[in-house]
Unconditional design. Structure first.
Length: 164
């Protein structure tokens, strides 16, 4: 692991944690009538950013404090799990450095992990398409988390140089 790789991964950890925290805090700020115009503008920017990456359908989004979240339940799960995935990559990389066992580049392992991580989301989509019933928000969040954590761990592993 290079110092640049570690720095990049720690920055990724900070960014994913800040993004998730901002997503969670935005409905609170909106519903409590931001006294500061800067808070209102920041919330507006988060909703705008959310619209670039998420459909933001009200029926698929959480509404804490009576305000819609900037992203749907599945996207929220993805972002909620991302910092944990990056932290796992950092921890695993440290352990790997201490180990004297040789390791391969891990590409095949990561392909399997990412494919397995897609299964819960694929199942929710298949359920919705075949039954016409929407899966509950909590199920969508867990399915998103099952995908977001491993994908973020993979990105962290690449940044650390653990995957070539």
């Amino acid at each position: 692991m290079t110092d640049a790789g570690r720095t990049t991964t720690v920055a990724l950890l900070a960014v994913t944690a800040l993004w998730t925290g901002a997503l969670a805090a935005t409905p609170y700020a909106v519903s409590h009538g931001p006294a500061d115009a800067r808070v209102g503008r920041a919330a507006g920017l988060l909703y705008a950013a959310g619209s670039l990456i998420c459909h933001q359908r009200p029926d698929r989004s959480y509404h804490p404090w009576g305000a819609q979240s900037p992203v749907c339940a599945r996207c929220f799960g993805i972002y909620l799990a991302a910092p944990f995935g990056v932290a796992l990559a950092l921890t695993a990389s440290r352990r790997r450095r201490r180990s004297s066992r040789p390791t391969d580049d891990g590409r095949a392992m990561w392909r399997r992990i990412i494919l397995l991580a897609c299964v819960p989301t694929a199942l929710t989509i298949a359920w919705e398409w075949t039954t016409g019933d929407m899966t509950p928000g909590l199920v969508r969040t867990w399915a998103g988390a099952a995908l977001g954590g491993p994908v973020a761990a993979f990105i962290g592993a690449v940044a650390l140089g653990d995957v070539r």
